[in-house]
Design a protein around this ligand. Structure first.
Ligand code: PNS
Length: 165
């Protein structure tokens, strides 16, 4: 079975991320979406909520193919997370040329650390190319409408009654 791991912060997951998950699921039999536990950052929600949100969003976006997508949390190195789930491929999305330099550096570094793990890039669909989680967080915090940028699972959790947005 070909397994790919898609690591990221997903804080929060956007339609751009979901586009990449869906396209990875077209190519790989098993896709593991791996949420980074980053002690240096304070995320929007606790880890269990972020995982539940991702699960809901992936199920809604992918339909039946979602059974081949797993959600896990990880800390430490991406390549170790890849090894722990038997993934030979790391999936990342590229939105614009500005992403390229950082992504190339990460891909080369990961390959140095784990030559058996290769990185595959998907060009994020053009309609999502402008999207970023940090912009979504800023817009939501300032009361803007992010419903065209993130799935309903995120919008529901960003509502003012939940204390964010
Ligand atoms: O969604 P993001 O924030 O762009 O994801 C970045 C991520 C999680 C892929 C990157 O920070 C990462 O791989 N972190 C784990 C630590 C690691 O493996 N560092 C060396 C990679 S070059």
């Amino acid at each position: 079975m070909t397994t790919a791991i898609y690591p990221g912060s997903f804080d929060p997951v956007t339609y751009g991320h979901l586009d990449v998950v869906g396209r990875a699921a077209d190519v790989f039999e098993r896709v593991v979406v791996a949420l980074l536990v980053n002690p240096k950052k304070s995320p929007l929600w606790p880890m269990d909520e972020r995982m539940a949100c991702l699960r809901e969003a992936v199920d809604a976006a992918l339909g039946p193919a979602a059974v081949r997508v797993e959600i896990v949390a990880f800390d430490g190195l991406t390549v170790e997370a890849a090894r722990s789930v038997d993934a030979r491929f790391v999936v990342r999305g590229l939105r614009a040329v500005s992403d390229f330099e950082t992504e190339m550096q990460m891909a080369h570094t990961n390959r140095k650390l784990a030559p058996e793990v290769d990185t595959i890039f998907f060009m994020t669909a053009l309609e999502h190319a402008y999207l970023s989680s940090s912009l979504v967080r800023e817009i939501a915090m300032l009361g803007g409408d992010v419903s065209g940028m993130v799935p309903p699972a995120v919008v529901a959790r960003l509502s003012p009654s939940r204390g964010v947005g």
